[in-house]
Structure formats: structure tokens, C-alpha cells
Write a protein that binds this ligand. Sequence first.
Ligand code: NAI
Length: 306
Amino acid sequence: PLVSVIGAGNVGRSLAHRIALKNLADVVLLDIVEGLPQGVALDLMEAQSIESHDCQIIGTNDYADTSGSNIVVITAGLARKPGMTRDDLMNVNAKIVVEAAQKAFIYSPDAIFIVITNPLDVMTYLVWQTIKLPPARVMGMAGVLDSSRLQTFIAMELGVLAADVHAMVLGGHGDLMLPLPRYCTVSGVPITELMEEATINRIVERTRNGGAEIVKLLQTGGAYYAPASSACLMIEAILRNQSRLLPTAAYLEGEYGLEDIFLGVPCRLGCRGVESILEVNLTESEKKALQISAHSVRQNVQVALS
Ligand code: NAI
């Protein structure tokens, strides 16, 4: 299979690396900067013999080279600097993702599109509007990352293996995201049995600010290793038709009482993209929080479209 990654910056190149190490697919890495994707691809290819994978990684500035992709991942655009919110990136990144989607779609009309560029839920909507694919074939990556952050913080707190922690974060990829501690478990044991409420609240807050915490530490941009791992998990679920239940920004058509919006919800991912959306029971206050998150995404979509 072939995965094209648009944007050869921190997230794009880390994702290409992950895909190759897992021997999942050939990768075309595309960027607007001449020489950059070619250099990154060559560097990655020069580890091929050591890592013993047989993925071909090509760098290019020409969309024709992305032709026939099974999956197109859009990471092109600006990342946050300290003090910025994801929404501050909107106007610049809107133009970039729309252009990337249009050009990639010409050469890969059958591909599944995964959007990573922020503000995530808004950019995913724009990509879908631009290429008008069935909604199952357009999705955004954020929930896997936000859930993974929550899992990590729970594991750190309890001193357990992060892989034994399962967690679900729904809603938009922003300060209004909806971590669901009621549904978090450690090897099946609800964390509400293992932690004080105050500790859970602290961890939930840290998860909401997980991106900003890293932006502040790095000073030069945002996180990229965990985002790349998260996107790679979604790509693997699709290419291997695994039917994995992963929180994904998906197009809602009445689920959770919401429609005509991309928002993070639990989705079954397989070879057709979003195979189905699972509606979990939410308390009244969780429903309200999801509505508030959706309202904010919707407002930003209006701004981006105007
Ligand atoms: P980066 O600045 O390292 O890389 C962005 C790349 O996009 C650059 O190489 C740039 O040359 C390229 N680019 C800009 N305009 C382009 C165009 N028109 N066509 C092709 N390439 C173009 O940024 P980084 O860290 O890789 O982040 C990329 C995006 O992903 C940002 O918007 C960031 O906020 C977002 N992000 C989203 C996450 C999520 O959970 N959804 C997690 C991490 C980052």
C-alpha cells in the first residue's frame, strides 16, 4: 500500500518514520519547501538496511508523485508557538489544507483522508467540504493522542504500565475536549476505584492542556512523536482492516444529537475508513460538555468558511 504524507515537518516526517519501522506501507512525503522532503526521505531510506524494513520512502514537491495513494495524511500547516491556541492557526492553515486536499484528491480519488493539521476538527470539515468524499473516508486524528496522554498520566500516577490503561477522550481537539474518566480502566478496573476524585480531576486538566504543556517546553513548535504514533495506529487499523475502536474526528449525522460537524467520537476503523460510530451513554453534564465543544467547533467552521 501507499500512504502520502503532506507536510514533511516534525509530525509528517515522524509519521513516515513510524510507518516504515512498522513496515506498513510505502510513503510519499510531500512538502512545499524544495529539497526538504527529498532530504528527509533520503535520510529515512538510509536506515532501511539497519531497520530491516522494505518500505520505499520518496520525498517530493509534486503531487503527481502521490498518485494512487490508499491513504493521504495532511499535516501541512503552521504549528503553535507558546501562548497560541490551536484556533489562532485557523486562517493560515485553512488555505493550506484546502489546497493540499484539492491537489492530493486529483491523483488519489479513492484514498482515505486523515487530517492532522490544527485546529483539527475545523480543518477536517474543510477537507471534507473541499473534496466531497463520502464522510466515512475523511477523518481527523486527535482523540487517539488525547486518550494516549490521559492513559500516560494515569499510568504515571498509579505506577502501572501505560499499555494496561484504557481511556477515551471525546469532543473537539481543544480546551473543551471531553475526557471520560468514568470509562477509564486499568486492566478492566475502573480508575474511579483506584484514585481520588481530586487526582482524577487534576489528570483530566493536564490532559486538556497536554498539547500546550509541550509547546511551552519546546518553545519552537508542538508535539510530534506521540501525534505520529497516534496517526500510525489509525493507519494500521485501516490498512490491516482491524476494526479497531478508536476515538476519531468523524462526520456526525445525528449521532450524539449532532449533525453536519466533525467531532471526536468512538469509531470503528477498518478498510473503508470510519466503518461505524459507537454511541456511548453520557451523563447529562457530559452531554452538555460535548454540546459546548461542538458549538465552539461549529463557530470556528463558520469563521473559516466566511
Ligand atoms: P511543522 O512546522 O514542523 O511542519 C509543517 C510543514 O508543513 C512544514 O514542513 C511546511 O513547509 C509544510 N507546509 C506548509 N505549507 C504547505 C503547503 N501549502 N503544502 C505542503 N506543505 C506545506 O509543523 P508540525 O509540528 O509538523 O505540525 C503540523 C500541523 O499538525 C500543525 O498544524 C500542528 O498544530 C498540527 N498537529 C496536530 C495534532 C493533532 O493531534 N491533530 C498533533 C500535533 C500537531
